[in-house]
Design a protein around this ligand. Sequence first.
Ligand code: 4AD
Ligand code: MG
Length: 482
Amino acid sequence: MKHIGRTKIVQILTLTDFGIEVNVKGWVRTKRGNKQVLFIALNDGSCIHNLQIVVEPDKFDEHLLKRITTGASVSFNGTLNKSNGSGQAVEILASEIEILGDCDVDKYPLQPKRHSLEFLREIAHLRYRTNTFGAIARIRHAMVFAVHQFFTQKGFVNIHTPIITSSDCEGAGEMFHVTTLDFNNLPLTEDGTINYNEDFFGKQTNLTVSGQLEGELAAMAMGDIYTFGPTFRAENSNTSRHLAEFWMIEPEMAFADLNDNMDLAEEFLKFLIKQALIGCEDDLLFLSNRLKEEEKDKKEEERSMELIEKLKFVHSNDFVRLTYTEAIAILKDSKYNKNGKFKYNITGFGNDLQSEHERFLVEKHFKKPVILTDYPKGIKSFYMKLNDDNETVRAMDVLFPQIGEIIGGSQREENYDKLVARMNEMGIPSHDMQWYLDTRRFGTAIHSGFGLGFERLMLFITGMSNIRDVIPFPRTPKNAAF
Ligand code: 4AD
Ligand code: MG
């Protein structure tokens, strides 16, 4: 008899050479049956589907069979058979069983039933073992791979930018400090402030909020680059779309203006969506049904579009492009605004857009993704290129249904004098950032880039509604467990 070694369930489910001997290892999801026959649903993380193991109890020791419980890790040798049962094409008839790890089933928090997402967040160390979190983990991986695939195909070079920095790219002061100073015995200067000369790096440092500044340096030599790294923001926003630690993809292109930047962003997002549709079909189908189930008690008009249909819709439609000023006019004149339905009323130019406004434009007004450009300089970062009107900058935000802002980017100010002037106006310490300004002195060129929040992308692709559920171990205010 032909025997193959340990085989992953995703492969076993495609096999048709019935009669061969295989070995499979995994964790038991459920066990049911009677004295004549037992059916075990085994999952090994390789796909959403379980493998059915058929066990004839009289062939095995009773005590061994008792140890096959939900959560236990078990190895089975057996024959690959065509399954007569509904729900699966193949099954394994067990010939040898080895318990690899018993599960203390009375204390095991994952029972074979539906658990709330809130409960699963409290046991994030075990939630991978549920269908939902297994599917999300596999899709997350597929999206990481697709990011590198996209940029590699386009000739972009991946750059690793530092995680510890002394600058604040976004200028918002939302940084986690990095120090080795002893808080109970801080070295002080003569005027009583903390003496950072004594600190590990000899200056004040923090976790990076963005890899952009270093990305720009690389683009000014390599042409097209991208970063993909963790970023940290100490903003105290306890929303379903904010994390204190998240992953960001930041391409930067030399010789590219805002239009090129918008084209790249749209092409990139559509590529990622396509790869999810092609490569993650089973997981998406599962998540689509999960979403339907979650929303079954909602009114028709409050339900989201079916997940796969939504992905196809965004993939096959052009994004709407308009300026901030045009968007403000639409919002200001909207019935929503006039009837006071926005939490933040829109009064005119200069208003910062909240996610309620962004979602109104995308979900109610245009019913398509939207790219907004040319925001007032006062609400955007120092590095964005100033328009000739002296009021707006060449910024772009890509707004998505359900998410709001998924991408933020801009054309950069490449003119040395204008950039220094903006930094001084905004209180950015330009003397500490000579390294950044040098690119504007030594062969400057127009350039543009953006940042895609990886977990915001994951929210969109998976249809999950809380960002804490699309990263394995979320970091949010007052929460750094696991
Ligand atoms: O708009 P942001 O702040 O832009 C930058 O950091 C630029 N340096 C990017 C660039 O031009 N290279 O952030 C970019 C994206 C946002 O659009 C959002 O998707 C995501 O990062 N993001 C967050 N995601 C999760 N939690 C948070 N707290 C986030 N803050 C931003
Ligand atoms: Mg932004």
